[in-house]
Every structure is written in C-alpha cells, then in structure tokens.
Design a protein around this ligand. Structure first.
Ligand SMILES: [Zn+2]
Length: 334
C-alpha cells in the first residue's frame, strides 16, 4: 500500500481515497485498557484525591500524611487523581522539578507507593500537556500514569477515565483564557470531543463489570464555585445515564461533595480537596440530593466488592466526614 502511494499518487481516485480515509477512521484504536486485579478475597480499595500539586503548601502535605495513614489501614490497591495535578500552570516540561516537589516527595508513605491513575485538569492544560502524558515521567516515578481517556478493569468494577477539559467552551472562547492552553492532540476540537464521547459510550456499553465508575476532572453536578459543567451535563451525562453508571467521580471544585440523582442510582462525588480549599461561594442545593458538602481539604476512599461499594470522605485529621454504601445482589443484571 505504501509503495502504491509512492509510485502512483495521482492514480488514487477520490472514492478510493475516501474509502481509505474511512478505514483509517474505523481503525481508530479504542481507549487504552489496563488490568488491575482485585485482592485475592475479591475486594478492591481505592483512594481518590484531586487538585493537589502545590509543593506541599496549602496543607497538601497534611492531606498526604492522612492519605498515608488511611491508605495503610485500608491497604489501598491504587490511587486515582482527579486532575489539576500541578498548579498553577501544569508542568513546564518533563524536567520540571515540580513533578518531584509536588508528587514524588509529597506522597511518601509506604501505603501510597502504589499505581496512580491520573487524568488532566484545566490547570494541567495550561502547561506542557505532553510532559504529564510522557512515559519519561513514569520512568522517574513508576507510580505515575497519566492519560487523556482510558479504562482500568478491576474484575467486578470498570473505571472509565475521561478527559473533560476540552469540553468546556470558555477555555476556547474567552479572551483571557484563549491562549493559555496547550491543545496539542486535541485539535480539531469537534472531532476530538465526538471521539471521546463515542469511546466512552462504547467502553461502558461493552462493560460486563458489576460496577461502572466514570472519572473526570470537571464537575457534572456541584454546589461549589464552578457549579455544574453545562457542556458535560449536555453531552456526557446522558451517556452515563444510558449505561447505568454507578458513580461519577471528579475534582475541580476544591471541596468534598456527594450529590445523589433525583431519578437514578447515579451518584456525583467530588474529591478536589488535595490542597488549597476553603474558598466559600457555595450555592443552594436540594437537601434531598445533597449528602455532603465540605469546603475544606481531604480525600475519598472507595471499597468495592461484588455486592457493595463503600464510600468514605476524610478531612485533614483523618476524621470520617461522611460515609455511604450502595448494595447490589450477588446475581443482578448489570
Ligand atoms: Zn480544575
């Protein structure tokens, strides 16, 4: 085929070119998939932190210390970062010392020496976005894995990670925002977004796991300063609802928050308390749906089995602020 292109480029009819183009589109690989086995007893323990990288300041180190203590107690299998990994403007490149100063030298507890699955936040897109995605960082610290959108299969639970930043219109349109972002790999935007939505829908439709958890940086539902992300409510939420997703987990608002759906089992969980918090500006929310709003620092854990998902939110002292459990029978439709 390559030889054909080189020898007779003009011989390709527009129809043939179109067909080849379609084949390339159809052949676009699915989301990358990682297997992360549960414990031998069939349980999985996951910790979630977001909005953290500030070289230990704004209580990042104190949150990390408690994560280490709770991580040990729960024997966490892996850690999820909901993005805004490095403030204020992501990494300047693969050699940016912020990677060590905000990550490797902060999360030092033995219990946190596990795999980190990480998405990008809007602040990460303000730096060299390819640096955070680079395997060179994984060589520097083997815990690090950051991708735009991907899947982690853990037997009874599938995690689908979604790159949410490119969905928000204002990063592309507002004068002060427009030139701040590194959109390499995202343009043309419409095509990128449509592929993300298609891939996420397919991953969820094909999932045979008992529990389906979607992770992104931006909020779907939030009483915090950023509120709902209307682009995601319009485009991503219907896909989560159609595929019976159990939990949507995000950061972006620097708080800990749990909102229930009025009309389905889908829960909205914000774990964005990794460092700077206490911003105020909380909006009213229907108390029937609002299970927790905590404006301060902390993190979240999920303990998952075939039949139960236990959620806990912790503050900076390791106190449990809120817990919640979902149960499904051993044999139930997915
Ligand atoms: Zn953010």
């Amino acid at each position: 085929m390559v030889a054909l292109f080189i020898k007779k480029p003009v011989a390709l009819s527009p129809i043939l070119t179109a067909i080849l183009g379609m084949c390339l589109v159809l052949a676009r690989p699915d989301l990358q998939r990682f297997e992360h086995p549960a414990k031998p007893d069939g349980s999985l323990s996951v910790m979630v932190v977001g909005d953290w990288g500030r070289r230990g300041t704004h209580n990042q180190s104190e949150v990390a210390l408690q994560m280490g203590i709770i991580g040990e107690k729960l024997d966490v299998d892996f850690i999820i970062s909901t993005g805004d990994n490095f403030y204020d403007n992501g990494l300047t490149g693969i050699n940016d010392p912020a990677f060590d100063e905000s990550f490797s030298k902060i999360y030092i507890a033995p219990s946190l020496q596990k795999q980190w699955y990480t998405v990008l936040g809007n602040h990460d897109y303000r730096g060299d976005v390819l640096a955070q995605l680079s395997p060179i960082l994984t060589k520097r610290d083997s815990r690090w894995l950051c991708m735009r959108s991907f899947i982690v299969n853990s037997e009874m639970v599938d995690f689908v990670f979604v790159d949410t930043t490119p969905f928000q219109d204002k990063y592309f349109s507002e004068e002060k925002e427009k030139d701040a972002y590194d959109w390499r790999g995202v343009l043309p935007r419409e095509e990128y977004l449509s592929n993300v939505l298609k891939d996420v829908d397919l991953a969820l439709r094909e999932s045979t796991a008992k529990w389906k958890i979607v992770v992104g940086h931006h909020t779907l539902r939030s009483a915090g300063i950023h509120g709902d992300t209307k682009e995601l409510v319009a485009q991503l939420l219907p896909i989560l609802q159609a595929n019976n997703v159990d939990l949507y987990v995000n950061g972006h608002d620097h708080c800990l928050q749990h909102i229930s759906s009025p009309d389905s089992a889908l829960q909205f969980l914000t774990s964005g308390g990794g460092s700077k918090a206490w911003r105020g500006g909380i909006s009213w929310w229907n108390p029937k749906e609002m299970q927790l709003y905590y404006d301060g620092q902390g993190f979240m854990t999920m303990q998952i089995t075939q039949t139960d998902v236990d959620i806990k939110f912790y503050d900076i002292f390791g106190n449990v602020l809120h817990k919640w459990t979902a149960t499904k029978p051993v044999y139930s439709p997915m």
